[in-house]
Design a protein. Structure first.
Length: 298
């Protein structure tokens, strides 16, 4: 297979769905009639540039974790872990593409550039240190989602509500905890079957299902409560010129409960992108939620 194709695979394009959080500020500013062709163009460009930069970080991480990934049942199939793509080619390609992406971001928007640097720096520290610290490993990932929303705000000079940032943070922690839970189950199953060489995150050995289930319950409740407070907040209602945002609550409840169902009953959740792309009820609900929210505020 061509090194270019292998490199693109290592950038994990399917994970770029996480970067749709960049579009959130644009959606939540529709009531101000700020959305025009230029706004949409800025968001699409920011999405592409950030995705390229984040993709390079994935490549660097795979190079750094090559030996560990070779012991993982799924990660060993990745181009770098399998040896199909050499570390030299991967690092060289990622280095050049990252510099080009950052240069383009710098020209595009200076605040975006600073946020991108924070994201890259945070991920490098995460890969070398923070991912080994229980709880903090999940919180750092959640901050990454908040940065995505911040990027969506600065590129179009949209002032963000603190509630949006809080909800984003809590929702990301919710997803991260479920991911850890499913990884822990897979690790325990492998160990019980006699596979003592399996490699997983070191922090998984410091978690247990009881703790993760409790944390997931707490985060589920706080995320829903935060969203409910958001939609009934008088300032938010005045901002959007509508008292009917509470009508979107059932969609949020269904989305979170459906995700829990897919996790606890169907055994999914280790890869959020898999749920988004494969579960029709979940995806349809998300689309309808966005559509209803937009109709209520325009």
């Amino acid at each position: 297979m061509s090194p270019v194709i292998l490199f693109v695979r290592s950038m994990r394009i399917h994970q770029w769905v996480k970067n749709v959080f960049i579009f959130a500020p644009m959606v939540f500013s529709l009531h101000k009639a700020q959305v025009d062709f230029n706004t949409i163009k800025n968001n699409l460009l920011a999405f592409l540039l950030f995705s390229l930069a984040a993709g390079c970080i994935y490549v660097f991480n795979d190079c750094f974790d090559k030996k560990k990934d070779q012991l993982h049942p799924d990660k060993k199939k990745r181009p770098i872990a399998s040896g199909d793509l050499s570390i030299g080619t991967a690092v060289g390609g990622a280095g050049v593409l990252l510099l080009l992406s950052l240069a383009a971001i710098f020209v595009f928007n200076l605040d975006f550039f600073y946020l991108a640097l924070v994201y890259i720096g945070m991920n490098l520290v995460y890969s070398s240190l923070l991912k080994k610290i229980v709880i903090l490993d999940v919180m750092v990932i959640a901050v990454g989602f908040v940065l995505r929303v911040e990027i969506g705000g600065v590129i179009n000079e949209i002032e963000l509500s603190r509630w949006i940032l809080i909800i984003t943070f809590l929702l990301a922690i919710f997803l991260g905890l479920i991911k850890r839970r499913q990884e822990l189950i897979k690790m325990n199953e492998a160990l019980s079957s006699g596979n003592t060489e399996i490699h997983t995150r070191k922090t998984l050995k410091k978690y247990n299902l009881a703790l993760l289930d409790q944390l997931i319950s707490i985060t589920t409740a706080t995320t829903l409560i935060s969203y409910i407070i958001y939609v009934i907040n008088p300032d938010i209602q005045q901002k959007f010129h509508t008292n009917y945002l509470y009508l979107t609550v059932p969609f949020v409840v269904f989305g979170i409960f459906r995700y829990l169902y897919l996790t606890y009953v169907k055994g999914k959740g280790e890869n959020p992108a898999e749920i988004i792309f494969s579960d029709i009820p979940f995806t349809a609900n998300a689309v309808v939620w966005v559509a209803v929210f937009i109709l209520l505020i325009i």
